[in-house]
Design a protein around this ligand. Structure first.
Ligand SMILES: C[S@@+](CC[C@H](N)C(=O)[O-])C[C@H]1O[C@@H](n2cnc3c(N)ncnc32)[C@H](O)[C@@H]1O
Length: 261
């Protein structure tokens, strides 16, 4: 109760502080980090007239889904299950499934960073009902076009996401159905060179590192990989939290080809 009461003012303060600090920070950064930071800065302002109606349509869809009691048979890729044996199937209302989607705040950040980077070939791990995919596909369209491959293990969610993306008129998206372990390599073969990836499913340290390594040979010269639910800590690789998050720290590959920030 107190937490939700205090969340909004704290976020407001953090946003105000970030707004004042971003320009100085951006000036010290090289591309493409500067472009990402500029996108982040835009996400802290009201959406521009081109983006505003597109975002409003996605958020109207989200509201519909959050009020939809229809039950789906969903393969549950909950924490700890995905890598260890077949995932169970459970019944889950669309409204509950939709709650796993990134919030409007984080989707807007994703959207503006993607517009700033204008990636041509993007991959998302974890489609759910297609909310973050809608933001990304729209950002890509507004930035000049491209294609998004989004991967989802639960067939019922993949089908619903396809309908939602079609309903928004987003045709440059492919929803790929099946466990990441079975689908990722094939998608990377087709999608390479990948210049944008958003990893938002199977949040376990070992799985995350496996997906990261799978991406490396398929990346464009300048690529951005975004990982949701990362907990920063001193060691680069090591025992992470048992579930619900992944540990990582700022680090550089020995080849110097990639750097995490
Ligand atoms: C957090 S939700 C994704 C939310 C979505 N990115 C959004 O913000 O709109 C994670 C999704 O990944 C899927 N998932 C998790 N682990 C998976 C795996 N190993 N293989 C395939 N899908 C998986 C789940 O079914 C779930 O729908």
């Amino acid at each position: 109760m107190l937490r939700s009461w205090i969340k909004a003012p704290v976020r407001h303060l953090l946003v105000a502080r970030a707004r004042t600090r971003l320009p100085a920070l951006a000036a010290r950064l090289a591309e493409p980090a500067r472009m990402l930071l500029n996108g982040l800065g835009r996400a802290l302002e009201a959406p521009d007239p081109v983006a505003a109606p597109r975002i409003a349509r996605i958020e109207a869809l989200r509201r519909e889904l959050l009020a939809d009691p229809t039950e789906l048979e969903v393969v549950d890729y909950g924490a700890g299950r995905a890598g260890s044996g077949p995932a169970p199937t459970i019944r889950r209302p669309v409204a509950v499934a939709c709650r796993a989607s990134k919030s409007p705040f984080w989707c807007r950040i994703l959207f503006e960073m993607m517009r700033a980077m204008a990636p041509c070939r993007a991959v998302e791990l974890g489609t759910c009902v297609g909310i973050s995919a809608s933001y990304q596909a729209t950002a890509q369209e507004l930035a000049g076009g491209g294609h998004l491959w989004t991967l989802e293990g639960a067939p019922a969610l993949a089908a619903l996401a396809r309908r939602n993306l079609e309903g928004l008129g987003l045709s440059s998206v492919t929803v790929v159905e099946g466990p990441f372990a079975d689908t990722l390599e094939g998608v990377l073969d087709v999608a390479a060179p990948v210049d944008w990836a958003f990893i938002d499913g199977h949040h376990e340290e070992r799985a995350t590192l496996t997906y990261f390594r799978a991406f490396l040979p398929h990346l464009a010269e300048r690529a951005v990989l975004l990982f949701d639910d990362i907990a920063w800590r001193p060691a680069c690789v090591g025992p992470g939290r048992p579930s619900g998050g992944t540990s990582a720290s700022p680090c550089r590959s020995t080849s110097g080809r990639w750097v995490s920030v």
